[in-house]
Design a protein around this ligand. Structure first.
Ligand SMILES: N[C@@H](CCC(=O)N[C@@H](CS)C(=O)NCC(=O)O)C(=O)O
Length: 214
């Protein structure tokens, strides 16, 4: 099988290394889970080359080269295309579970950027993580049960950013009593598809630094 092509973020300050885009990792994890060979094109987002802006006029990664040779943006659309073209193993999340955890990433960003410890952003994040914990307790170990599915592949990189950035910038850790979330992170972060596609922690930190210090 000829490898499919996907443009992903290069590491901030090191354009030869894989960068820290959670939407890109969602796509590469999906390809890994389905054993689809792929070729990465690393894009330095701080100095976007002309060839990239031609195929991604909005200047965003990931972009994925479809069968017809057209480049397709947006990880939602791309992972859907991959599922249709490579249905085995199926990674479709049952619709009733597809929005589990969907507010965690935005809650994390608000808390990360917050400079006021009493503005409720920490509490809002804890509430979202608690809802995930409650869901996993009943339905786990993955969001849809025994098998990993698309929603887990979307959440895994975001939870990695959350854990890495909040620890680094705020010395904050996910509360220990959220035991189902901790078990879930362990499962996700030990998966081959995650290990092979993750950015180094230092690049995750470097990626968030300008936003935290803004
Ligand atoms: N909704 C898009 C979001 C993609 C996105 O925001 N990518 C960021 C990198 S993580 C990007 O390309 N930003 C453009 C830039 O930094 O110039 C998706 O799911 O693919």
């Amino acid at each position: 099988m000829a490898p499919v092509e996907v443009c992903v973020k290069a590491a901030a300050g090191n354009p030869d290394l894989l960068g820290d885009c959670p939407f890109c990792q969602r796509v590469t994890m999906t390809l890994e889970e389905k054993n689809v060979p792929y070729e990465l094109k690393l894009v330095d987002l701080s100095n976007k080359p002309d060839w990239f802006l031609e195929i991604s006029p909005e200047g965003k990664v990931p972009v994925f080269k479809g069968d017809d040779g057209k480049w397709v943006p947006d990880s939602d659309v791309i992972t859907q295309m991959i599922e249709e073209k490579y249905p085995d193993p199926p990674l479709v999340t049952p619709p009733e579970y597809s929005s589990v955890g969907s507010k965690i990433f935005s809650s994390f960003i608000k808390f990360l950027k917050s400079k006021d410890p009493n503005d409720g952003t920490e509490q809002a994040l804890i509430e979202e993580l608690t809802a995930l914990n409650d869901h996993l307790k009943v339905h786990g170990p993955y969001v849809a049960g025994e098998n990993i599915s698309a929603v887990d592949l979307s959440l895994a990189p975001k939870l990695y950013h959350l854990e890495t950035a909040l620890d680094h910038f705020k010395g904050w850790k996910i509360p220990e009593d959220l035991t189902y979330v901790h078990a879930y992170l362990k499962l996700l972060f030990n998966r081959d598809s995650f290990v092979k596609t993750k950015a180094a922690k230092e690049h995750v930190v470097a990626g968030w630094a300008p936003k935290v210090n803004a």
